[in-house]
Design a protein around this ligand. Structure first.
Ligand code: UT7
Length: 393
């Protein structure tokens, strides 16, 4: 019998404290206008006293377990995606396990920057379809505010804190993860990094004086990378699933910059009403951004049984990841198995989907080639316009 994964529980937590663009105007040389125009962010949440990655993750996980109607001891595995753990050692995952009361359940953290949740969900899916585990808790949680230099306007306006979690369970109902792609380009490891505090540069006075324990980012390089991989990875997974953008009801992108999201949506032919955006309220919460957006989309009724959704992320590493998830209808398992027993309509449907998907892919490839072919013409008309306007100035 085939095994599939199904998301049965979800939860999120964001701190109470709001930091608005107007607050930031008092702290660094910036403006609400610049931040909104360049990023789409209006405010972000910042941890209060006693709040950490661990406490936020536990709050989100408890909600997810309640929705799934499971007790922590029912879990087979806990995966925590984070780049801002409470301690370098031990892993924050075991602290979360203890706080939840999930005694004995294996737990680990993975670091894949803002792509961490996508890496985590794919990992959970692998354990489930392999038949190893039945129930996996996947958390994305970050306290990036503690890793930010609050005097550096190029980074401090971007990030926020929060956590999101899902419970993934084994099922015989077809659906769940239809396709995924994970990727990394380690040659660009240094465009988004924390220079010191690890073994390459252990804590010392220089680290404190120069604030080398905070995030350094080459924003434009990450921007270029993000627009490219988000578009390509999304296109790949949709094709791999045998679908077209019309079959996708919601795109849930990593919330790093509204301009990146709009660029990718336009390239892919997604109208913005099919794109989940909450960056205005939370900023970039790194590995927590996709699960938080997923939870809000579910709460707003934007995901219904039978829908195909895409989650896509990119981040430090540099890494990227995308996946297509089919939201299974909540039907008794036996009904779903009956549907599986009709091979002809299913095979026909799959064939038709493949044909549509190939046609869409060919159309996108053609439009890219046409753009490239017309590039010299654009450059020439641009130069011509410039020289004409100079002559008549
Ligand atoms: O999760 C992954 C993490 N990171 C990202 O996804 C970041 C991707 N990159 C970005 O989102 C954008 O590159 C930023 C939002 C970081 C920056 O936007 P940009 O349009 O690429 O701006 P820029 O870096 O090219 O800077 C333009 C100008 C510069 O001034 P000059 O050199 O032209 O005089 C900056 O100094 O804007 C200045 N600037 C600011 N001005 C006001 C940079 N930050 C600020 C600021 N307020 N906060």
């Amino acid at each position: 019998m085939n095994r599939y994964s199904r998301i049965t529980g979800w939860g999120m937590y964001v701190p109470e404290r709001r930091l608005t663009n107007f607050d930031l105007e008092q702290m660094v040389d910036t403006s609400d206008k610049w931040i909104v125009e360049r990023t789409g962010i209006r405010e972000r949440r910042i941890v209060g006293p006693g709040e950490t990655t661990r406490t936020m993750a536990v709050a989100a996980a408890r909600q997810a377990l309640a929705v799934a109607n499971l007790s922590p001891r029912d879990l087979d595995l806990i995966i925590v995606a984070t780049s801002s753990p409470d301690h370098l050692l031990p892993t924050v995952a075991t602290q979360i396990q203890a706080d939840l009361g999930a005694e004995g359940v294996p737990a680990f953290a993975l670091v894949a920057g803002c792509t961490g949740f996508v890496y985590g969900l794919v990992t959970a899916h692998q354990f489930i379809v392999a038949g190893t585990y039945e129930r996996v808790l996947v958390i994305g949680a970050e306290t990036i505010s503690k890793a930010v230099n609050w005097e550096d306007r190029t980074t401090c306006v971007l990030f926020g804190d929060g956590a999101g979690a899902v419970v993934v369970e084994a099922t015989q109902t077809p659906g769940g993860m239809l396709a995924f792609e994970l990727g990394a380009d380690g040659t660009q490891w240094d465009v988004l990094m924390i220079p010191a505090g690890g073994v390459a540069h252990p804590p010392d006075h220089e680290m404190i004086d120069k604030k080398l324990y905070t995030i350094r980012m080459h924003g434009r390089a990450v921007f270029r990378f993000a627009t490219q991989v988000m578009t390509e990875a999304t296109r790949h997974v949709i094709t791999q699933a045998g679908l077209t953008p019309e079959d996708i009801s919601l795109l849930i992108p990593h919330q790093a910059n509204l301009r990146i999201i709009e660029y990718a949506a336009k390239k892919l032919g997604f109208p913005m009403d099919k794109v989940m955006v909450n960056i205005d309220r939370y900023g970039n919460t790194s590995a927590a951004s996709i699960p938080i957006a997923l939870v809000e989309a579910l709460e707003q009724g934007r995901i219904r049984p039978g829908d195909n959704i895409v989650m896509v992320g990119f981040g430090a590493g540099l890494t990227w990841g995308a996946l297509v998830w089919h939201w299974q209808p909540v039907v008794p398992e036996t009904e779903a198995i009956l549907v599986e027993d009709w091979p002809l309509p299913q095979a026909l449907q799959a064939g038709l989907r493949q044909v549509r998907s190939r046609a869409w892919n060919a159309r996108v490839a053609l439009s890219e080639k046409a753009t490239l072919a017309l590039l010299p013409l654009y450059t020439w008309t641009h130069k011509l316009r410039k020289s004409v306007s100079r002559r008549f100035r």
